[in-house]
Write a protein that binds this ligand. Sequence first.
Ligand code: ATP
Length: 240
Amino acid sequence: MLEITDLTVTYPGGAEALHGVSLSVPTGRVTTVLGGNGAGKTSLLRAVGGLLPQYRASVRTGSVSLDGEDVTALPPWQLVRRGLAQVLEGRHIFTDLTVRDNLVVGGQGLPRREVADAVERAYEQFPALRDKATTSAGYLSGGEQQMLAIARATLRLPRLLLLDEPSLGLSPLMGERIATAIADIAAQGVTVLLVEQNARLALSISEQAVVIANGNVVTACPAVDLLDDDKLSAAYLGGA
Ligand code: ATP
């Protein structure tokens, strides 16, 4: 279980992006974080992923705990050891490497046999990647690059996966494929914290919906409640 308690995040100059946010993220399920521009969604992911120092930002109050361990101050590489994977802001794939080599890099440190098995699982999950195994990743479409980024991040089946707007800039069909893959990943026991503009699509694969406004959690409820309640969907899904 990922537990966020009373989290306050500040950027240099004192700008506060989150004001005492508390949130429980259920294990093996997708939780979607919704909210307008500047609401604090990305800052929340950065805090969980240990990336705040890269932005000279800091946690002023509160904590992030993973399965009971306080991981608030841990750098990203130590979080990786505890089972965290993230696909954030830009896909960070190696455009000069082939699709297969990008995946192999994701399996670095694993025994060779396990890497081969994991790459095979990735191809089963994303058949389009198998078809382009020997193509340089830079030649993939945006959607295929997103698939590759997700496949690489989940090669070792993380405990917790953070995703920032995975369907951004993709066609509706590709967005749906990515959503289906995320649902499959969660079904394998991975806890997913997802920030997504395409609220309906994200909620369709989510257990929990969290709405953030101005750095505060304004709603945390079952995703179906948000989808089914006319008043809530009008307020938070903008009739989308
Ligand atoms: P968007 O959907 O536009 O990305 P968001 O909900 O992800 O928005 P954040 O990016 O977390 O929101 O921003 C929350 C607040 O923190 C905003 O007021 C923003 O200006 C501020 N902020 C974000 N990144 C920085 C930064 N690197 N330096 C200073 N302030 C920042």
